[in-house]
Design a binder for this molecule. Structure first.
Ligand code: F6R
Length: 610
């Protein structure tokens, strides 16, 4: 999703802005731009190409300055075109522009504001909701940018992170956040801002996380922050060591491939030095909260939602606590029956997903106060909003498609299952010790699955010519089938659907022909014989089966049945192992089709708008 970078300094800041945008590229964007203050005027470069091309324009046109803002845009209002790209300028007709502004989020009352501003003479050059804010700030400006922004944000409905500067106060940037992430980076006699700390890696590690309603005034020597009531407040400065290596590819072709191969390390880091699973891993108050709850409600989106679906099987089977799993964007708008004894669990890689945050707030507004998040970003809004947290240690995930974030979420959710089972006396010490042993062996088991890559590449070449695919799984592997289908569609653009295999004959079997590859997850579990019957149903209709079978299933290749042998069945943790070949299949199929794997069309990494 959109990314913001800004800087006020006594040196040319365009290299910092460009580097920051490059670091934000992973979030997904379709246009980008930079504006700086240069010798009494505002200058701007914008592009619908990549940040590298924008950098060429900047160099060619000698765009340079001491104060500036930059942006990667993921189109919501108005097509991905240069005139819609940020920064947006404002002036009254005929005058030189005096306000430059960038924005993430969506302003819901933009049409009403647009009409009002047109009424007082502003002419709009774009279809964006952002230009409305630029003109509004200009309209309210009377010599003090902070004052103008504070007044302007009072008129905005919706979600935003904005950064704005003014030709008449060139050593100042004013920023504000409501619902979209924004951080301040402190330097020595220079200050910065960005959508996340990664964008400022290498520039400063002194980071302040703005909170909703905050307005920040950045000048050379200081930063002042005001809360939503306009009161001056101090926000803590964190020293953030962003691993800059995360933004480097190393020997891999794409970040997605790198991140798939990082999973043994990511899972090991997420397990940390866990010798035994205790509730305290989730926070000091966890024991008390886990003891008092008698149900679990999971709220999440996309891949994180599928992690929640898998956890439902685990928690109900091991901890014997009823679980419901809801797509956050649906839950927040439907009538549901709240129960105060519910543990509300949000799952989010970024911790900034607007729908999940809103669903969490909705659950709380219904009286469900016991909240836990499984999240990959310790400083995110999600972690701040929840009473309990388990931080997955996937590291920065650059590829838009979630891979290591998913498997680390599953790892954390399995630990949650064991902790709940422990507190509710549903597991013996011996059973728990056995499960912890399996968890600790997981990184090695994932490495063994990664070694199957050459066989998967051979399949991917065949898949690349297809336009449809069906994924089958049963029981706790059904959510993994859903995740496999999502991975394939989002990066290869092959239409894919997933079904619990028992559902085939209730409809989707009608789609099965020789042209339809049917990817089947075949663990050696209690449903194996049922699954084999479902596979027969596919073969009888001429469908080609591509089976990821546990070694001990003894399923072998035959006509129309292609088998890749996985290691032996891995018990409850088997869904994590079976995820990995599906990631590799999607990845290599996308490579064979030549798509932009790390930045699939129309998608963004961190979905901070509704
Ligand atoms: C798919 C994918 C998305 C995210 C979803 C939630 O590969 O990455 O479906 O899982 O947008 O994002 P987070 O986990 O950041 O809340």
């Amino acid at each position: 999703m959109c990314g913001i970078v800004g800087a006020v300094a006594s040196r040319d800041i365009t290299p910092i802005l460009v580097e920051g945008l490059k670091r934000l590229e992973y979030r997904g964007y379709d246009s980008c731009g930079v504006a700086v203050y240069d010798n009494g005027s505002l200058r701007r470069a914008r592009s619908t190409e990549r940040v590298a091309e924008l950098a060429d324009h900047i160099a060619k046109d000698s765009v340079a300055g001491f104060t500036g803002i930059a942006h990667t845009r993921w189109a919501t209002h108005g097509a991905p075109a240069t005139h819609n790209a940020h920064p947006h300028f404002s002036s009254l007709t005929g005058n030189e522009p005096s306000i430059a502004l960038v924005h993430n989020g969506i302003i819901e009352n933009h049409e009403e504001l647009r009409r009002e501003l047109q009424g007082v003479g502003y002419v709009f050059e774009s279809q964006t909701d952002t230009e409305v804010i630029a003109h509004l700030v200009h309209h309210l400006y009377q010599g003090d940018l902070l004052d103008a922004v504070q007044q302007a944000v009072k008129r905005l409905h919706g979600a935003y992170a904005i950064a704005v500067f003014c030709r008449d106060e060139p050593h100042r940037i004013v920023a504000a956040r409501q619902g979209s992430p924004l951080v301040i980076g402190r330097g020595k006699n220079e200050n910065f801002l960005a959508s996340d700390a990664l964008a400022l890696a290498g520039t400063t590690d002194q980071i302040i996380y703005l909170e909703d309603g905050d307005v920040a005034d950045l000048q050379l020597g200081n930063v002042w922050i005001m809360d939503s009531g306009g009161k001056r407040i101090e926000r803590q400065i964190h020293t953030v060591h962003v691993h800059t290596g995360a933004a480097e590819l190393g020997p891999y072709r794409h970040f997605m491939q790198k991140e798939i191969f990082e999973q043994p390390r990511a899972v090991a880091d997420t397990l940390e030095d866990v010798e035994s699973v205790t509730p305290e891993l989730f926070g000091d108050a966890a024991y008390k909260i886990f003891k008092q709850i008698d149900r679990v409600l999971v709220l999440a989106c996309g891949t994180s939602y599928y992690a929640g679906l898998t956890a439902k099987y685990w928690i109900e089977s091991i901890a014997k606590i009823p679980v419901s799993v809801e797509i956050a964007s649906e839950y927040r708008y439907r009538d549901s029956v709240p129960n105060p004894n519910t543990l509300v669990v949000t799952i989010s890689q970024s911790g900034e997903t607007a729908d999940t945050l809103a669903a969490l707030k909705h659950a709380r507004s219904l009286g469900m106060e016991q909240t836990l998040t499984i999240c990959n970003v310790s400083t995110s809004a999600m972690v701040r909003e929840c009473k309990l947290a388990y931080i997955t240690r996937a590291g920065v995930e650059i590829g838009v498609a979630s891979t290591k974030a998913f498997t680390t979420q599953l790892t954390a959710l399995y630990m949650l299952t064991l902790a709940l089972a422990q507190v509710h006396d549903r597991i013996t010490d011996e059973q728990e010790a056995e499960q912890v042993k399996a968890l600790r062996h997981l990184p090695a088991a994932i490495s063994a699955v990664l070694a199957l890559e050459p066989q998967i590449i051979a399949w991917a070449d065949r898949f690349a010519t297809k336009e449809n695919a069906l994924f089958l799984g049963r029981g706790m592997h059904y959510p993994i089938a859903l995740e496999g289908a999502l991975k394939l569609k989002e990066i290869s653009y092959i239409h894919a659907e997933a079904y619990p295999a028992g559902e085939l004959k209730h409809g989707p079997l009608a789609l099965v022909t020789e042209e339809m590859p049917v990817i089947t997850i075949a663990p050696n579990d209690v449903l194996l014989e049922k699954l084999k019957s479902n596979m027969q149903e596919v073969r009888a209709r001429g469908g080609e089966l591509y089976v990821f079978a546990d070694d001990d299933t003894k399923i072998v290749s035959s006509e129309g049945v292609h088998v890749i042998r996985m290691p032996e069945h891995y018990g409850y943790l088997s869904p994590i192992l079976h995820t990995v070949p599906l990631q590799l299949l999607a990845y290599h199929t996308a490579c064979a089709r030549g798509t932009d794997v790390d930045k699939p069309r129309n998608l963004a990494k961190s979905v901070t708008v509704e």
